[in-house]
Design a binder for this molecule. Structure first.
Ligand code: MCA
Ligand code: AMP
Length: 520
């Protein structure tokens, strides 16, 4: 009898663990500063215990495990355990407030919710109301009911058998209008992208990754973690990004991944020198545009050329500047600042006009992609899914770009109304919706303007109802308990009217131009 083929992402990650299971896989520090070391065997055993706990709950096939916890190695173990047990991981930004969490839990209907011990009161209330049967807690310091319960379970577990098309994770992201949509990523999407990146970026067993990103988005959760695990490589794990701590870790590391804000902040550290970065082989940037000044300053300070790449929650990684000479682009082994490199192996990328017709090299248009990395669709939103694909099955990214004569892709803008602030997405329509609900507000517009630290930040322009008097500070104060902190406008103006075109549409380009020097 032949056993069924297992395309589980976890099975592939586990198969890549080094033979010496007693080698250190992750180094970190406890909140009190005590150094902590996790071997590959520790990861195997601890993820088995949590997977066995999940299995003991007898959840229906395809159940979602929604997680809003602070970054810790145990949070990573929970991710691995969810994959291992064959359920669907749903990570949530720790900055989300109750109204946001209520939407995600109501929409995803998770069978299990894991939150911080401090948030148990309000999160469990939302979860139980939405029909979730199991709510566990997990604290930064390995405390909480999840690990207490898992401790009673066996420390071996055979990975659940999964097909490439089975769901592995749902990541909430948003489009031009309406509420967030859950991008459904399969085992096949995640594994194919991870295997390809592992090869393209030359991962080695002796690599050491400095992991300083949050683990509720594609960059920190999938790109960084999958690459390190598939490489059998060690991670230096930082619970929170601290530029000083990252620079101090560089001499013992070989790879670092960050959003542009992380690079900008590290450049502010006097200790960042060529000497400190001497053992590094790769600095990777993505999630937002890397300014050419940052790219050049980094070269000058460290002697290293940042490799910029481009991706999305719906597609994981799409393009990359070359790590080494790329066979498909003879002689093009240069990492070019201001570009996101070439489409990755297996990724199809085309630039089309608004009429859907393909454009020539050098012409700017809408970027569309396809490949084994492209998601399965939006959770329970078949119409939205259909809208985002062309009839010949290309995914519309909402990014505007150009491919140059050498094959390098450059992102020049977005057709979707989106602000990317410090690597986090802020959807103007969502924030405007909350502002418009406030008493005395007639309407509002949120626009993104350049910011030296976050790249771009939101500025709100608000119109009062006739007779109402609005204070900008009061508007911001009322938004704070309702929205994640990174979505709060960094400045708010109350004005008599918004600029409109002849169709009556607000001209956000004029507002952007008006406020663009605000943080210069
Ligand atoms: C924090 N604040 C922000 C942001 N982060 N404001 C705007 N944008 C932000 N990103 C504000 C808070 O509201 C707060 O303001 C103050 O800064 C301090 O908050 P704190 O949490 O302490 O900030 P921090 O620790 O300094 O965080 C900054 C950060 C963080 C480290 C740059 O934003 C971060 O980790 N960004 C990375 C995001 C990421 O991983 N993106 C990948 C997405 P106040 O005090 O007024 O309340 S994956 C993706 O896009 C794709 C697919 C891809 O291609 O990778
Ligand atoms: P998300 O919704 O978090 O998946 O964000 C995906 C979006 O981030 C993409 O559609 C791009 O607009 C943007 N993005 C990611 N990487 C880059 C990059 N290197 N340069 C410019 N934009 C980027």
């Amino acid at each position: 009898m032949t056993s069924a083929r297992n395309d589980s992402l976890f099975a592939a990650l586990r198969a890549a663990f080094p033979a010496d299971l007693d080698a250190t896989a992750i180094e970190t520090t406890a909140p009190d500063g005590t150094p902590l070391y996790y071997t590959w065997r520790d990861i195997d055993r601890a993820s088995s215990r949590i997977a066995n706990l999940l299995a003991s709950l007898h959840l229906p096939e395809g159940s979602r495990v929604a997680v809003q916890v602070e970054k810790s190695v145990e949070a990573l173990l929970l991710y691995l355990a969810t994959l291992r047990a064959g359920y669907v991981f749903l990570p949530l930004n720790t900055a989300y407030q109750s109204a946001e969490i209520e939407y995600f839990i109501g929409n995803a209907e998770p069978a299990v919710v894991v939150c911080t011990p401090g948030n148990f009161g309000w999160v469990s209330k939302i979860a139980f109301t939405a029909g979730t049967r199991h709510v566990f807690t997990l604290g930064e310091d390995r405390n909480g009911s999840l690990l207490e319960r898992a401790a009673h379970h066996a420390d071996t577990h055979e990975a659940a058998c999964k097909g490439a098309a089975d769901l592995a994770a749902i990541l909430y992201t948003s489009g031009t209008t309406g509420r967030s949509k859950g991008a459904m990523l399969t085992h096949g999407n995640l594994l194919s992208n991870a295997v390809m990146l592992n090869d393209y970026w030359g991962w080695r067993r002796d690599d050491v990754l400095v992991h300083a990103l949050p683990i509720f988005h594609v960059h920190g959760l999938f790109v960084a973690i999958h690459a390190a695990l598939l490489g059998g490589s060690k991670m230096l794990w930082l619970g929170k990004f601290d530029p000083n701590a990252v620079v101090a870790a560089l001499p013992r590391a070989t790879v670092f991944m960050g959003v542009p804000t992380l690079y900008v902040r590290m450049l502010g550290e006097g200790a960042l020198t060529r000497e400190v970065a001497r053992n590094m082989r790769l600095f990777i940037s993505g999630s937002a545009p890397l300014l050419i000044e940052t790219f050049r300053d980094w070269q000058e300070r460290t002697g290293h050329t940042i490799l910029e790449r481009y991706g999305m929650s719906e597609t994981i990684m799409l393009t990359s500047n070359p790590y080494a000479a790329d066979k498909r682009h003879a002689g093009q082994d240069e990492r070019r600042g201001g570009t996101v490199g070439f489409p990755l192996p297996g990724v199809g990328l085309r630039v089309v006009g608004d009429d859907g017709q393909g454009l020539a090299v050098g012409e700017t248009g809408n970027i569309q992609v396809r490949g084994a990395n492209v998601f399965k669709g939006y959770w329970r939103m078949p119409e939205k899914t259909a809208e985002e694909f062309t009839p010949d099955s290309w995914f519309k990214t909402g990014d505007v770009g150009v491919v140059d004569e050498r094959g390098y892709v450059r992102i020049v803008g977005r057709s979707k109304d989106l602000i990317i602030s410090g690597g986090y997405n802020v959807y103007p329509a969502e924030v405007e919706g909350y502002i418009n609900e406030l008493p005395g507000v007639m309407e509002s517009a949120l626009v993104g303007v350049p910011h030296p630290d976050f790249g771009e930040v939101g500025v709100a322009v608000v119109i009062a109802k006739p007779g109402a008097v609005l204070q900008p500070e009061a508007i911001v104060a009322q938004l704070k308990p309702r929205l994640a902190n990174f979505k709060i406008p960094k400045q708010c103006y109350v004005v008599p009217e918004l600029p409109r075109n002849t169709m009556g549409k607000v001209q956000k380009n004029l507002l952007r131009a008006q406020y663009q020097g605000l943080f210069a």
